[in-house]
Ligand binder design. Structure first.
Ligand code: URP
Ligand code: ZN
Ligand code: ZN
Length: 458
C-alpha cells in the first residue's frame, strides 16, 4: 500500500520545503519535488503544511487520582489526541504502595490495549527500595526508559530526597531519565491546611497555597541532586518564571537539565482559577496556573531552548461529578486539565503571533520530545525510514475551541470560545489514515506500544 502526499509544504524541525512525500506501507519512503511515483492513494495537500505527527510525552489516561479516574481512557484519549494532530502519547504507569513496579506496569499495558494511536510508557515510582531499584533496570531493557518521581503530594506520591537521590543514581547507571514533579510538598501541605482551617476553601486557594517560589526551590534541588548522582533530569509541567530561572541556572552550568511546559501555563492564568462561584475548579492543576506575567518568560524559554518541549499533562476530570468533589474544600478537587486535543493548534498560535518559528514549533510539538524520550528517529520527524505519522495541517482554517466540538471525553473546555487558526485536516499513523476532514477512520486497539531507547543527549 503506497500513499502519495502531493503539493504540500513539508515542515520539519530544521527545514521548510515544497515537496511531495511518498509513504510505502508504514514508513516514509521518499521526499522529493513533484514525485511521479505510482500510489494506491493520493492526498492533495495544496495550501497545507505536511508535518510530523505530534508527540505528547505527558498524558494521564484512566489515571486514578484524587478520588476519581481521569475521564479519558486510552481509547477516547488517543482518538482525541489524533484529532488534534498528535499521533504518539507517552503515558504514566503507576506503582501502587506495597507493590513492586511490575503489576502497575501490567495494569497500564492492559489499559493501553484500547489505544488508537501509538504510545509509550513512563513509570511512576512511589516507593524506592532495593526491589524497585532492581526493577528499574529491567524496565529500561523493556523500553520504559524514564521514571517519574514526586516532590509533592505527601502520602499520595511524594518521595523524600534520599529516595530521589537513590533513584537518580540508579538511572545514571542504567541510562534512564528521571522526570520530576517539582513542587516542595511539605510547606504546600502546611499552607493548605492553614487556609482550609481559616475557611478559605474556594478553588483559587489551590493556587495561593502552591506558590511559584516552592516550584523554583524544588527545581533547583532536582538539579543539585541530579548533578551529585550524575544523571539527566527533566522537569515535567514547568509552570513559572521561578522554576525556569532554576532550569537556566543548571543549563548555564552545562548540566543535562531539561524541562517541558504545557499549554495551560502559556494561555491560562490564576485569573481563571478566581472565576466566580466554583468555576475556578475547571482550572485546578498542579503546579497551579500562575499570574499572567509569567507567560512571556515561558514563551521566551521555548524560543531560546531552555524549555525543550510542550506536553499537555492531559488529566481530564468532568466539571459535573468529578471536579465538584471539591465544593467547599479546594483540596478535594481532582487535579488536572484536559488539553491533549488542543496542544498542537494552541502552540501554532505562537507561530502566528511571531513568538516561534514554524520549525521551532515542529521541534517543540514533535521532534524534541521524541528525541528526549527515546522515540527518535522513528517518531517526531518526516524522513526516509521514519514511521509515516503525518499531519496535513491547514494553517488558515478558522475555528473556535469548545466542549461542543472537541473529542475529549470531558464536559468542558479550558479554552471555551477561544478563536484559533489551524486544523489538522488529515492525520496518518504509520501510513493509515486516522482522521480525514473531521471523520474518524482509526480503530480501537490499532495503536502499538513503542519501546523507547535509553536517554541520549538530544
Ligand atoms: O494536576 C496535575 N498535574 N495532575 C496530573 C498529575 C501530575 O502531577 O502530573
Ligand atoms: Zn506531576
Ligand atoms: Zn502529569
Amino acid at each position: 500500500m503506497k500513499t502519495l502526499i502531493k503539493n504540500g509544504t513539508v515542515v520539519t524541525a530544521t527545514e521548510t520545503t515544497r515537496a511531495d512525500v511518498l509513504v510505502d506501507d508504514e514508513q516514509v519512503a521518499l521526499i522529493g519535488l513533484s514525485l511521479d511515483a505510482t500510489a494506491d492513494t493520493t492526498i492533495d495537500a495544496t495550501g497545507s503544511y505536511v508535518m510530523p505527527g505530534g508527540v505528547d510525552v505527558h498524558t494521564h489516561f484512566d489515571l486514578p487520582f484524587g478520588g476519581s479516574f481521569c475521564s479519558d481512557d486510552f481509547a477516547t484519549g488517543t482518538r482525541a489526541a489524533a484529532f488534534g494532530g498528535t499521533t504518539t502519547c507517552v503515558d504514566f504507569a503507576v506503582q501502587d504502595y506495597g507493590e513492586p513496579l511490575r503489576p502497575g506496569l501490567e495494569r497500564w499495558f492492559e489499559k493501553g490495549e484500547k489505544a488508537q494511536t501509538d504510545y509509550g510508557l513512563h513509570m511512576i515510582v512511589r516507593e524506592v527500595n532495593e526491589r524497585t531499584l532492581n526493577e528499574m533496570d529491567r524496565l529500561v531493557d523493556e523500553g520504559i526508559t524514564s521514571f517519574k518521581l514526586f516532590m509533592a503530594y505527601p502520602g499520595v506520591f511524594m518521595n523524600d530526597d534520599a529516595s530521589i537521590f537513590k533513584a537518580m543514581q540508579r538511572a545514571a547507571d542504567s541510562g534512564a531519565l528521571i522526570l520530576m514533579h517539582a513542587e516542595n510538598g511539605g510547606p504546600i501541605d502546611v499552607l493548605f491546611q492553614q487556609y482550609l482551617a481559616n475557611g478559605k476553601t474556594e478553588p483559587k486557594y489551590h493556587g495561593v497555597t502552591r506558590p511559584a517560589s516552592m516550584e523554583g526551590e524544588a527545581v533547583h534541588r532536582v538539579f543539585k541532586l541530579a548533578e551529585l548522582a550524575g544523571c539527566p533530569a527533566y522537569i515535567v509541567h514547568l509552570s513559572s518564571r521561578d522554576a525556569l530561572d532554576a532550569v537556566k541556572e543548571a543549563r548555564d552550568r552545562g548540566l543535562p537539565a531539561y524541562a517541558e511546559t504545557c499549554p495551560q501555563y502559556l494561555f491560562l492564568s490564576d485569573d481563571d482559577m478566581a472565576r466566580p462561584g466554583f468555576e475556578g475548579a475547571k482550572f485546578v492543576c498542579s503546579p497551579p496556573l500562575r499570574p499572567k506575567d509569567h507567560q512571556a518568560d515561558l514563551w521566551s524559554g521555548l524560543a531560546t531552548g531552555d524549555l525543550m518541549a510542550v506536553s499537555t499533562d492531559h488529566a481530564p476530570f468532568n466539571y459535573k461529578g468529578q471536579k465538584d468533589l471539591g465544593v467547599g474544600n479546594f483540596a478535594k478537587i481532582p487535579n488536572g486539565l484536559p488539553s491533549v486535543e488542543d496542544r498542537f493548534t494552541l502552540l501554532f498560535q505562537g507561530v502566528l503571533e511571531g513568538r516561534l518559528s514554524l520549525n521551532r514549533f515542529v521541534d517543540l510539538v514533535a521532534t524534541a520530545p521524541a528525541k528526549m524520550m527515546g522515540l527518535s528517529p522513528r517518531k517526531g520527524t518526516i524522513a526516509p525510514g521514519s514511521d509515516a505519522d503525518i499531519v496535513v495541517f491547514d494553517p488558515t482554517h478558522e475555528r473556535t475551541l469548545s466542549a461542543e466540538t472537541h473529542h475529549m471525553n470531558v464536559d468542558y473546555s479550558c479554552y471555551e470560545g477561544l478563536p484559533v487558526k489551524g486544523l489538522p485536516k488529515v492525520v496518518l499513523q504509520r501510513g493509515h489514515v486516522l482522521v480525514e476532514n473531521g471523520e474518524w477512520r482509526g480503530r480501537e486497539g490499532a495503536g502499538r506500544f513503542i519501546p523507547r531507547t535509553r536517554f541520549a543527549v538530544p
